[in-house]
Ligand binder design. Structure first.
Ligand code: ADP
Ligand code: MG
Length: 349
């Protein structure tokens, strides 16, 4: 009873501050927030429009439809903060929204971070999270959080492998006995795939499209491996020469061709991670395989493609989008048990 009450006035947050989406889970409760990491700002003042109504879902709806004086911005790119002030303001709004119990103490926040984060980027993250209202900030590598979140037995003396494909980064990690034994973090994900699709349309069809259109195309007809029934979609854009609007038909085979390069980079990261671990562990993976997580893993046929390219069995977690937040929440709920997995701001700053 007392614990429950304390949990309500002094919540612990697990924060998955992704390039594309921000998720917050509360220890003892579950997922309480899942919104795009996007804000709409007034260009003159560089402030977020009418606080609250221009963050997350609402800001995403404005994308591509704003007048010149307003921009829709993502405060993160490639898994790290690129605009501190906006990131802090966005987090402050999300923390408030996640604290639904009226008066509360400042939360302790466990943040999942890409393995490739630099010390400077890490300090920026500590400071933004503190300034947004956290009383203590703890960090956990995203790959580890994802592996815990998808339910892999990471504490066993057997290799567990996860590949988390987000908007900006792909995190590959192999774990055994509770620790990461090999990992790769590459700055390739859904965003790089969208840029590749937009490039393809410009080169092959002389059509200029925005990245949100490329993303829609990827989600609707994109595939990593051939489909039994190839799909077709119509896409609108601006003719590169005449600058007039025009539409073309695009097939899933074309989208697959456009995605070849970013997908190869993901395969390379998986192969490099396996190469870097002990042969005994690598041989476990022949049976255990790799679990795919993150929104990027929802691309059709990605499991089949990775299996063909690496020889490892691959499956997409049914919790792909929530794995990191869920794994971090599991750590928060038993800090004593998982403390070796974490890093605290008190150690670093
Ligand atoms: P991040 O951790 O970087 O915030 P997420 O794990 O939330 O990223 O995944 C976001 C990415 O997932 C985006 O690039 C988005 O386009 C992609 N995505 C979401 N749903 C799907 C889907 N059904 N098919 C393909 N890609 C998807
Ligand atoms: Mg992520």
């Amino acid at each position: 009873m007392l614990r429950r009450w304390l949990g309500q006035i002094s919540p612990d947050f697990a924060l998955d501050l992704g390039t594309a989406n921000t998720l917050i889970s509360v220890a003892g409760e579950g997922l309480v927030l899942n919104e795009p990491s996007i804000v709409a700002v007034d260009d003159a003042s560089r402030r977020i429009l009418s606080q609250g109504r221009a963050v997350g879902h609402l800001a995403k709806q404005m994308q591509g439809r704003t007048p010149d004086s307003i921009s829709v911005v993502r405060p993160l790119a490639d898994g790290v903060i690129t605009d501190f002030e906006l990131c802090e303001a966005m987090l402050r709004y999300f923390f408030k929204k996640a604290q639904r119990h009226g008066w509360t103490l400042k939360p302790r926040v466990l943040v999942a971070v890409p393995g490739s984060i630099t010390p400077v980027e890490k300090r920026a993250l500590y400071s933004s999270t503190h300034r947004a209202g956290a009383r203590q900030v703890l960090l956990i590598p995203e790959g580890k959080a994802a592996a815990i979140g998808v339910g892999l037995p990471i504490r066993e003396p057997v290799a567990s492998m996860v590949c988390d494909i987000g908007g900006g980064t792909t995190e590959v990690a192999i774990m055994s006995l509770g620790d990461v034994v090999a990992s790769q973090s590459v700055r390739v994900g859904g965003d790089a795939m969208d840029r590749a699709i937009a490039d393809y349309l410009r080169r092959r069809h002389q059509l200029r499209i925005g990245l949100p259109t490329a993303e829609r195309l990827r989600i609707e007809i994109g595939a990593a491996a051939p489909l039994a029934q190839e799909l077709v979609d119509e896409v609108r854009g601006l003719d590169v020469v005449s600058k007039l609007p025009r539409k073309v038909q695009i097939t899933s085979e074309e989208v697959r061709a456009a995605l070849a390069e970013p997908l190869e980079q993901i395969v390379d990261a998986v192969k490099r991670t396996v190469d870097a671990c002990h042969p005994e562990l690598a041989s476990d993976l022949v049976d255990e395989g790799v679990v795919l997580a993150g929104g990027g893993a929802l691309l059709r046929g990605l499991d089949r493609y990775l299996h063909e390219q690496t020889g490892l069995p691959a499956r997409v977690s049914e919790l792909a989008l929530e794995a990191v937040a869920r794994g971090a929440q599991i750590c928060l709920e038993d800090l004593a048990h998982w403390s070796s997995a974490l890093e605290s701001s008190d150690d670093d700053v």
